[in-house]
Ligand binder design. Structure first.
Ligand SMILES: C[S@@+](CC[C@H](N)C(=O)[O-])C[C@H]1O[C@@H](n2cnc3c(N)ncnc32)[C@H](O)[C@@H]1O
Length: 378
């Protein structure tokens, strides 16, 4: 904290900040106007995320999105063939992202139109699938784990939407901490008890790198079906990427971070550490560093997890002093499994917040596909 610094420390930090700012200005002076396209030659072939989730033909199912954020779940469902019904999201900047990428979607965003706690869902009765990631601060390891007492617990609103719209299925996503034993009674009281009278609920965890995303990221999913026939057809998504063959056939090799970013070989590569979620750590930082342990991996990857830049050209023009690769927003989006044509609105910290909070679209796609199969249409 600022008041705990000695004068000497304060002077040293101030000098470092000024030196770094001057260096940035100097480096950027000649480069900011570089055309984005002109900088792609520094990359080798980059991972094409769309290949992880080929667009499926329309399956006749509709999906309603709550807590939509920057659209990870929405995009995965769209690519799995669903027709987007509407999105509800409280942050205007997320609404801008969704509208800019999909002008034809029905987006309810902002504190008035987008607040799930105040939304009327009866007009959406008849939608096939409701999906969403109710805010997860109460459960994340980084959060205080206050559970049901936390005012940010929005599970009751997700449940209300499901009970009001009566979809054939629902999909809810959250952080793995929610399955810890200490939250057993929370899960029972807030999710299972209100829903299990009407739905059969499955719980499972998925790891993004096992679906081709070049990042270590685990999430928990709750999937529910209203009819017994759909329940009987449900099969949890099976990994597509891994190190060994499985009973289900050969797996594709993991997509590693450097290789996916199109960076030259350095004799070390692995999936990137988990990108920081927008709700952990200082809010306005332009870094994606999640933990001290992660820094060690980023260092071995020779990728710098701080000072993410808006564009490739700005990142290239401002290399970190240790010579590691500086990322742009597009690089972070790629590590999260977003295709290059999905753009995030807002300043860098806002884009990183949307990216870090999202469900990796290829993971959303895998779940959406299995749900469609259970509903008998794919
Ligand atoms: C974990 S993120 C969801 C990310 C999204 N599922 C995706 O895949 O990109 C949770 C989102 O809920 C939004 N949110 C929080 N409170 C809300 C409320 N009362 N109504 C609507 N959205 C809310 C947050 O702004 C945040 O974008």
């Amino acid at each position: 904290m600022a008041y705990e610094l000695t004068d000497e420390q304060r002077d040293r930090y101030r000098a470092t900040a000024i030196r770094s700012q001057l260096r940035k200005q100097e480096l950027l002076r000649f480069h900011v106007e570089d055309a984005e396209d002109g900088n792609h030659q520094r990359f080798g072939e980059r991972l094409d995320v769309n290949e992880l989730m080929p667009q499926l033909a329309p399956n006749g199912l509709t999906s309603l999105s709550l807590f939509s954020g920057g659209g990870g779940l929405d995009l995965g469902f769209e690519r799995a063939g669903y027709k987007h019904s509407a999105s509800f999201e409280i942050l205007d900047i997320c609404g801008e992202t969704l509208r800019a990428n999909r002008p034809s979607w029905d987006i309810h965003a902002g504190t008035e139109a987008g607040d799930v706690r105040a939304a009327r869902f009866t007009p959406f009765r008849g939608v096939d699938v409701v999906h969403g990631g109710p805010p997860c601060q109460p459960f994340s390891v980084a959060g205080k784990q206050a559970g049901a007492d936390d005012p940010r617990n929005m599970w009751p609103d997700f449940v209300r939407c499901v009970l009001q719209t009566r979809p054939r299925a629902f999909v809810a996503e959250n952080v793995p901490g929610l399955l810890d034993r200490k939250f057993e009674s929370f899960v029972r009281d807030n999710i299972l008890t209100p829903l299990e009278n009407h739905y059969t609920v499955f719980r499972f965890k998925l790891a993004a790198h096992e679906f081709g995303v070049p990042q270590a990221r685990r999430r928990v999913f709750f999937v529910g079906f209203r009819s017994q026939r759909d329940t009987a057809r449900w099969l949890q998504p099976v990994s597509t990427h891994g190190e060994t063959d499985t009973l289900f056939g050969a797996l594709q090799p993991f997509n590693l971070a450097r290789q996916s970013l199109g960076l030259p070989e350095i004799g070390f590569d692995q999936v990137s550490p988990t990108l920081r979620s927008g709700f952990t750590g200082p809010r306005n930082t332009t870094g994606v560093l999640n933990s001290k342990a992660a820094l060690n991996i980023w260092n071995q990857l020779r990728v710098w997890p701080n000072g993410v830049q808006p564009t490739h050209s700005m990142a290239r023009a401002y290399p970190p002093e240790n010579g590691h690769f500086r990322m742009s927003v597009a690089d972070c989006a790629l590590l999260q499994g977003f295709p290059s044509d999905w753009r995030f609105s807002g300043a860098v910290y806002q884009a990183l917040g949307q990216i870090g909070n999202s469900v990796c679209p290829p993971v959303a796609y895998a779940v959406a596909r299995q749900v469609a199969r259970a509903l008998g249409v794919a």
